[in-house]
Design a protein around this ligand. Structure first.
Ligand SMILES: Nc1ncnc2c1ncn2[C@@H]1O[C@H](COP(=O)(O)OP(=O)(O)OP(=O)(O)O)[C@@H](O)[C@H]1O
Length: 578
């Protein structure tokens, strides 16, 4: 492309972004563009061609992937990523950040002459925090590469068969999506893994990668690849640009600042608003981290909370779910819990519990409490079960997903109508990511929070209206709630398996509650917790012992799981698994 053509396109992109805002903004002054909003707040009024992407790729994005025009963040970031600069992107959930890095990488790789080959090894590395996100990014990449068959996509992730991964690496993977632990393992132990041509390292959901305790692995990976880079005479031989690193997240924190410091070279910030940009960041830091907790939420997300006495939580959750699905049979809802045990218990209960408050007819009584497909997803599940749950929730038109925060990050489930946070998130960032599974890409969505974090201003959910004639203060004594609670308790006491699941869930819930950090300790006061009521919220008539068997069994099970996975990461034993 000639210089004149490039200048023309740049002007068009600037104009498109200005038009959206009505103010004078320069596309090169990208730090300011974070505040830009279009009429729909999501899409830019320019085309992918205007961003300088190859026509075949643009056509493919449009015709095969259905992406007519770029989103705002794509319009802002893609030209800069194509230019080869290190970039830090901070944009709300569901705004299309994956294409921000994948499209430029594909564009630049497909232009190489002579064509790249499998034998050249890996050119781009995308690091993500979880297996599900790894699969999701890999699948998008596969679709994106349809017209560029000589560029080979691949993934490596914990829980997969190492030797198969080795074989795939030996054959050559041009763009590799990976979780950090397994990547480090292959970097150290797979001699056939060729990475001397590595040109891009992308950290997607950077803050989560660090929160999951991968900080050390990331440092080692960067160090490993850096020595690789300086040890080779690649730049001298090919006259190529230096390696480019990209960091993306919907939320920023101090750890991301640290990662930016060690991995990015004079980065361009995209999506950070004026205050974060201009407020003085300490020397060497990418952004002013005291402003990082100024979160952005999807524009069309409606947020509400419901205050529920502890002992009635379970019945209220069940009632709300039932009412939602009765009102609209075809919809997707996600419920977040704080522990894997709580997910297992509620999943078993919802699959087995049958009840009808009004009808005396046996046939109606025998109907399941919820008439929708229920799925669960958490970090203690087998790899295949996780994959199946993730894929089927993706594919279903109507389903309920019960999960821990393992599903909070980056997962792009289409058409989720409502997010229920039955257990409060441990941190405000987690709130942002959980609710970000709905209201994606300018669609409408609802979020309902049980137990409210004080930092977010919300509108109370009208429970009175939803549950007929119910006064919030008398929830515990409302006939529907009392009858449902009694039915659940009887049902659970009748089956040892469900009872044991309820007991384990109770114990791990209390442990998770006591583990709230810092500021949140003042909100979630352990002293004020009524353990008898907590037990009721797991359908137990009596409070189980908190110590003893179930806890030890759980620790044993985790050790056993890790052994079986052949993991060499002892830190997992001491950390909460989500
Ligand atoms: N230009 C586009 N036009 C239409 N749809 C798009 C476009 N770009 C991305 N999408 C779709 O938007 C959805 C959200 O994209 P993506 O998952 O990349 O968002 P994200 O910003 O990474 O979200 P999160 O922060 O939650 O990870 C996906 O379904 C994706 O296919």
């Amino acid at each position: 492309m000639g210089e004149a053509e490039k200048r023309k396109r740049k002007r068009k992109v600037e104009a498109a972004v200005e038009e959206d805002d009505g103010e004078r903004k320069s596309a090169s002054d990208v730090g300011r563009l974070g505040a830009v909003g279009s009429s729909d707040g999501v899409f830019a009024s320019c085309s992918f061609e205007d961003l300088g992407l190859h026509p075949t790729l643009c056509q493919h994005l449009k015709e095969k992937m259905g992406f007519e025009v770029p989103t705002l963040i794509q319009a802002q970031a893609i030209p800069i990523v194509v230019s080869g600069k290190d970039v830090l992107v901070n944009a709300a959930t569901g705004t299309g950040k994956t294409i921000v890095y994948l499209a430029p990488i594909v564009h630049l790789l497909q232009m190489r002459n002579p064509r790249i080959q499998r034998a050249d090894g890996t050119f781009a590395l995308v690091l993500v925090p979880t297996r599900e996100l790894c699969m999701q990014v890999y699948e998008i990449l596969q679709r994106l590469l349809h017209r560029f068959h000589w560029i080979v996509p691949g993934y490596i992730t914990g829980g997969e068969n190492r030797s198969k991964e080795k074989a795939r690496l030996r054959k050559g993977i041009s763009i590799l999506v990976a979780t950090p632990g397994r990547l480090l393992d292959h970097l150290k132990n797979t001699s056939a893994f060729l990475h001397k041509n590595l040109h891009w390292i992308v950290f997607d959901e950077a803050d989560r990668i660090l929160e999951l305790g991968f900080g050390k692995a990331i440092e080692e990976i960067i160090e490993f690849l850096r020595s690789d880079e300086s040890g080779s005479d690649r730049k001298l031989r090919t006259g190529e640009l230096p390696r480019q690193n990209l960091l993306l997240s919907a939320t920023l924190n101090e750890k991301v600042n640290q990662l930016a410091k060690i991995s990015l070279d004079d980065p361009i910030m995209i999506g950070l608003d004026d205050e974060k940009m201009t407020s003085k960041a300490p020397h060497g830091e990418a952004f002013s981290s005291h402003l990082a907790d100024d979160y952005r939420l999807p524009e069309r997300l409606s947020q509400r909370y419901v205050k529920v006495p502890c002992g009635s939580r379970l019945s209220v959750l069940l009632s709300i779910l039932r009412i939602f699905y009765e009102k609209e049979a075809s919809q997707k809802i996600v419920v977040f819990f704080s522990t894997c045990d709580a997910v297992d218990f509620h999943y078993a209960l919802l699959n087995e519990f049958h009840w009808s408050a009004h009808s005396k007819h046996e046939t109606i009584k025998k109907q399941p409490f919820l008439r929708c497909k229920t799925l669960c997803l958490h970090g203690n599940m087998e790899h295949d079960a996780r994959r199946t749950a993730f894929q089927s929730f993706n594919a279903e038109k109507s389903a309920l997903l019960l999960c821990t925060d393992v599903a909070a990050r980056g997962l792009d489930f289409p058409k989720v109508r409502c997010i229920i946070q039955y257990d409060s998130p441990g941190e405000a960032t987690e709130y942002v990511h959980r609710v970000g599974r709905t209201a994606r890409l300018g669609e409408k969505g609802e979020a309902l929070l049980f137990l409210q974090p004080s930092s977010v201003s919300l509108v109370e959910f009208p429970l009175q209206k939803v549950i007929d004639g119910l006064s919030a203060s008398s929830l515990d004594t409302h006939p529907w709630i009392m009858a449902l609670q009694k039915a659940v308790e009887n049902f659970i006491s009748g089956g040892p398996e469900l009872r044991n699941l309820a007991k384990s869930a109770f114990c791990s819930w209390v442990r998770a509650y006591t583990a709230h950090k810092g500021e949140l300790k003042r909100i979630f006061m352990v002293r004020k917790l009524h353990l008898g009521h907590v037990a009721r919220s797991f359908g137990l008539k009596e409070q189980p012992s908190l110590l003893g068997r179930s806890f030890h069994l759980q620790v044993k099970k985790r050790k056993w799981d890790l052994k079986r996975q052949g993991s060499s990461k002892p830190r997992r034993l001491t950390k909460k698994r989500t």
